[in-house]
Design a protein around this ligand. Structure first.
Ligand code: ATP
Length: 319
């Protein structure tokens, strides 16, 4: 992987656009203390997506923007572009040269670009993922670390080499994986115990399930039977209602007829009462006549009996 060039604009101490061109092999940046050598390394990490302000030796990410000097006011944005030679096709993109750019504004906004096209940080991480550079892949040996590398014992040196080769990371992963494996084994044993226990419980559970299934069938039958009975009741009630409605109509008719008869009878009664009232004097007269005639008849009958008696006595006396 050959980094061809890096341009810094407003990044840390690099207020004006500054381009560093790297030739194949080793590049050395030489300068007095505080001249900004480490800022170049920070720019390299930052453009490849570094997210920790502390790794960039700042308190917050905004500290990477040129903060101004006595002779120059602060800037509002920082920009770093890194040009990578891709003539060997190491990066999965159809360009012989790839420039990745990161821009950050003082108001918090930020932007990533690949060959001038805006993209996401994820796109840059994916682009670099097979290249050996990018997040958690390249190794930056910091100031002072070189001294400890040179003076390290064989074990220490091995640790440095392993770290640089990325072995340490894998060893840690391996240890973590082994710990996980042990935990998994313990879990597996617990699962096995549980399985055995469940298997023991399976038989009675099977019986209970069969009973439950039968109960469900019986409940369904019961529900059907109830529904059929209710349907029968409904039909019968509808029939009874129809009959009662018919009976009610007939009774209504009969009631109307009886009421008409009653009305006629009342009229007739009134007529007869009128008649009685009209005939009452005649009745009284007839009764009077009957009484007088009875008295007369009584007197006649007395006279007749007297006459008979006299006739009898006259005929009985000797002449
Ligand atoms: P040393 O060799 O002593 O470590 P160096 O060459 O690595 O020094 P750096 O640490 O890279 O120097 O740079 C430090 C300089 O960068 C300081 O002068 C500091 O003021 C300047 N600097 C850092 N951040 C900013 C910023 N945001 N704006 C302006 N200047 C900055």
């Amino acid at each position: 992987m050959h980094l061809k060039a890096m341009t810094l604009r407003g990044f840390k101490s690099f207020a004006s656009a500054t381009t560093l061109r790297f030739e194949p092999g080793i590049t050395c940046v030489v300068g007095p203390n505080g001249s900004g050598k480490s800022n170049v390394v920070d720019a390299l990490s930052w453009v490849m997506g570094e997210q920790g302000a502390k790794s960039l030796r700042g308190g917050k990410m905004e500290d990477v923007i040129f903060a101004g000097t006595t002779g120059r006011p602060p800037l509002g944005r920082a920009e770093v572009s890194l040009t990578i030679d891709n003539s060997d096709g190491a990066l999965p993109i159809e360009y012989a040269e790839v420039t990745i750019t990161r821009i950050m504004f003082r108001n918090g906004g930020s932007e990533y670009q690949i060959n001038g096209d805006t993209c996401r940080l994820l796109d840059i991480q994916e682009l670099l993922s097979d290249s050996g550079i990018g997040r958690e892949m390249h190794v930056i040996v910091g100031q002072g670390q070189l001294d400890s590398v040179l003076h390290a014992d064989p074990m220490g040196r091995r640790a440095f080499i392993e770290e640089a080769a990325g072995v340490l990371k894998h060893r840690k992963r391996k240890e973590k994986a082994l710990r996980k494996l042990d935990a998994m084994r313990a879990n597996l044993a617990r699962v096995q115990d549980l399985t055995d226990e469940l298997r023991r419980q399976l038989k009675p559970l099977g019986r209970q399930a069969a009973v439950a299934r039968r109960a469900a069938v019986i409940q369904a039958d019961l529900r059907d039977a109830r529904l059929r009975l209710l349907a029968d009741d409904l039909v019968r009630m509808r029939e009874a209602l129809r009959t009662e409605v018919a009976d009610e109509a007939a009774l209504k008719q009969r009631k109307e007829a009886a009421e008409a008869e009653l009305k006629a009878a009342l009229t007739r009664e009134a007529d007869l009462e009128d008649e009685v009232r009209r005939l009452a004097p005649r009745l009284q007269r007839a009764q009077q006549n009957w009484y007088e005639l009875s008295q007369l008849a009584e007197r006649v009958r007395g006279t007749v009996s007297l006459a008979d008696a006299r006739v009898k006595s006259a005929t009985a006396q000797p002449a």
